[in-house]
Design a protein around this ligand. Structure first.
Ligand SMILES: [Zn+2]
Length: 308
């Protein structure tokens, strides 16, 4: 049997599993991300795979991780803001050394997009634009049936597209980026700002959507602004890419049909002539399993030993 282990490393948890060639999940689990930096994380990741090796014959291992990744070498680029001590880690070589299995590494949004392409909301498509709306905004581009990474593995980062010149500060250190206007974090901050309250309510994006639904004016306005900014950002990407589908993942994509329909309607109104009739925005279907499923599918096609 040809099975693949997938690992999805985030700031608080590692989601993981084993999938077959088609992306069907054979086993899955979650483990807390250990504090203590690089060695502790590598040891935990290797331990998860070794445990799966007792029950499965694994062909290769894939890892999706927060932060920018040099795909060719499987090395984390620069520092990783969400995972202390993870920056500049040669993950592919380190995991291969520990496991003696071929390894592939990419950023988490690319892995999620790959999972949706092969086993989720993008099945049958040759081109996709994928956005994951959570604490930040991750994104990925599929072109001609494959992930498009750009010349230095850094392409497709639409969360840091400028939508307001000199606008709100973004977590990346620059200003006016889509992430600063349309992430869950931005929605919550804006709802509180409009309410003019110091109290910590609503606590999360789900709370803002619930308050908007029950008629809270500040929450309604915050959601409306978020929809408008998000539609502006998506429309610009659609003008560039003309994708078959736009897939929205992450916690905010679970806000319901009303939110998604509003985003689609406003995006349609903003795209360039001729694109409106083809626009199709759909929610991701694999939820928080997309990261490890995509990492395993990446292992199927791109795993190797890495530089030695
Ligand atoms: Zn930014």
């Amino acid at each position: 049997m040809s099975d693949y282990a997938g690992l999805d490393l985030g700031g608080t948890a590692i989601k993981h599993g084993v999938v077959d060639r088609t992306g069907a999940v054979l086993a899955q689990g979650a483990t807390a991300t250990p504090p203590g930096g690089r060695d502790a994380i590598l040891q935990t990741l290797a331990g998860i795979v070794q445990e799966y090796c007792r029950a499965f014959t694994l062909e290769a291992v894939g890892l999706g991780t927060a932060g920018a990744v040099d795909f060719e070498s499987g090395t984390i680029l620069g520092h990783s803001p969400n995972i202390a001590g993870w920056g500049n880690t040669p993950v592919r070589a380190e995991l291969h050394r520990r496991l003696r299995l071929p390894v592939a590494v990419d950023n988490d949004a690319n892995c999620m997009a790959l999972a949706e392409l092969h086993a989720g909301a993008g099945q049958g498509c040759r081109s996709l634009f994928f956005l994951t709306l959570g604490t930040g905004i991750g994104s990925a581009v599929v072109n001609d049936g494959k992930l498009w990474r750009g010349a230095h593995s850094l392409g497709g980062e639409w969360g840091h597209a400028t939508i307001v010149h000199d606008g709100r500060p973004c977590a990346c250190g620059q200003r006016g980026h889509l992430e600063a206007y349309a992430s869950a974090t931005a929605l919550v901050a804006r709802a509180r700002e409009l309410a003019g309250r110091d109290d910590p309510e609503p606590a999360d994006a789900r709370g803002v959507f619930a308050a908007a639904e029950s008629g809270d004016r500040a929450a309604r306005q915050a959601v409306a602004e978020t929809v408008a900014y998000l539609a502006s950002g998506i429309a610009s990407a659609v003008n560039l890419l003309d994708p078959e589908r736009v897939i929205l993942g992450g916690g905010m994509a679970d806000a319901g049909d009303e939110f998604l329909n509003a985003v689609e309607t406003q995006t349609r109104a903003r795209v360039h002539v001729g694109l409106a009739e083809h626009l199709k925005i759909v929610p991701a279907v694999l939820g928080n399993r997309a990261g490890f499923i995509g990492a395993a599918l990446l292992a199927r096609t791109d795993a190797g030993a890495g530089p030695t």
